[in-house]
Design a protein around this ligand. Structure first.
Ligand code: SF4
Ligand code: MG
Length: 334
């Protein structure tokens, strides 16, 4: 599989009241053609900032890529002018967000917005564009598509609006779709429908997807590979099955132990003690150390992201190639 996106040692700097902070510091990953990569972590781990960096959408005057490079199909995104980026955005790389109201324009009908997007990128006439808009609305399972096209975003339900966003994102057949918590605001039934829809579109169009979420259940359903982020770094990376069956990092193990299961519903869920460190007060060594039950002397140094199995990397001094780690024994209950 060819890589479609390569993120190399990405560092992002934000100006804040506490001076300069690095919500993303030294993040590496690859997205292959046709695959869905999950990015998991608690809020503030840097997953959304990473995706905004790829899109060239960091808040102007506040955030900037201060180190590393991002490559998309052999072209360096981080070296592009805003104009060049604009051509790629929405066309070759599209994004859907948690709250579609913030990205849909309230003063235009759904159809007008879709038409414009399609005309801009495919150079179609007004009539052809509307035809394609209506087709797209049907594809994402919107009933009475011709009528809905004439409605305004506020006239639609949250689930419908998210479908419209997906239609907008997919209308130009992007090669890469970045979905940032796309179903978090929706109720469970609608969530399942939207996930199903994204899977179908991926299969039909061969789109690669970066799926950003705090929900490991969604990752299990949607993703081929996963990276787990913590405090601006990748702390574990593995194929989805491997991650669930052999998690190595104490943080990943904590996340997995926190997933509710049917028979666990009534008992208390495991939760990881403490909170994510403030970006201005990052621990000097392993960034997870203040919350880690296995922290020891050597953890005063920041561990590297090291391969423990083919395709499985982990940033923890205890993770060892192949063998059972201390973490493994402890997490297994001994
Ligand atoms: Fe815990 Fe040390 Fe591993 Fe960090 S390096 S996760 S503190 S055991
Ligand atoms: Mg976010």
């Amino acid at each position: 599989m060819q890589p479609i996106l390569q993120v190399e040692r990405l560092q992002v700097t934000f100006r804040s009241d506490d001076g300069e902070v690095h919500p993303v510091s030294g993040v590496d990953f690859v997205v292959h053609e046709g695959e869905t990569l999950g990015i998991v972590g608690e809020s503030g781990c840097g997953k959304s900032v990473t995706s905004l960096s790829i899109m060239g959408l960091l808040p102007k005057g506040i955030g900037r890529v201060s180190g590393g490079r991002i490559w998309f199909q052999g072209r360096e995104l981080t070296a592009m002018t805003p104009k060049e980026m604009q051509k790629i955005r929405g066309n070759e790389i599209a994004m859907i967000f948690q709250e579609p109201m913030t990205s849909l324009n309230p003063v235009f009908t759904v159809g007008e917005q879709l038409d414009e997007q399609i005309r801009l990128h495919l150079g179609l006439s007004k009539r052809e564009a509307r035809q394609r808009s209506v087709e797209m609305l049907r594809t994402v399972g919107i009933p009475r598509a011709e009528e809905i096209a004439k409605e305004y975003p506020h006239q639609l339900s949250g689930g419908m609006r998210q479908r419209v966003m997906i239609a907008m994102a997919m209308s130009c057949s992007p090669k890469l779709l970045i979905a940032d918590e796309p179903t978090t605001a929706l109720d469970v039934t609608i969530q399942a429908q939207i996930l199903d829809l994204m899977r179908q579109l991926k299969e039909r169009q061969g789109t690669s997807i970066i799926f950003i979420t705090h929900d490991l259940g969604v990752v299990a359903e949607m993703c081929d590979r996963v990276i787990v982020m913590y405090a601006g770094q990748v702390i574990e990376e593995a194929p989805v099955r491997e991650l669930f069956q052999h998690p190595q990092h104490p943080y990943t193990r904590g996340l997995i132990a926190s997933i509710p299961t049917l028979d666990q519903q009534k008992s208390r869920l495991y939760s990881i003690r403490g909170t994510v460190p403030h970006p201005a007060k990052m621990p000097a060594g392993c960034r997870f150390a203040p919350r880690c039950d296995y922290a020891q002397e050597m953890c005063r140094d920041n561990p590297p992201l090291k391969e423990v199995e083919a395709g499985h990397r982990c940033r923890c001094w205890l993770a060892e190639k192949g063998g059972t780690t201390d973490v493994g024994r402890i997490a297994a209950g001994s």
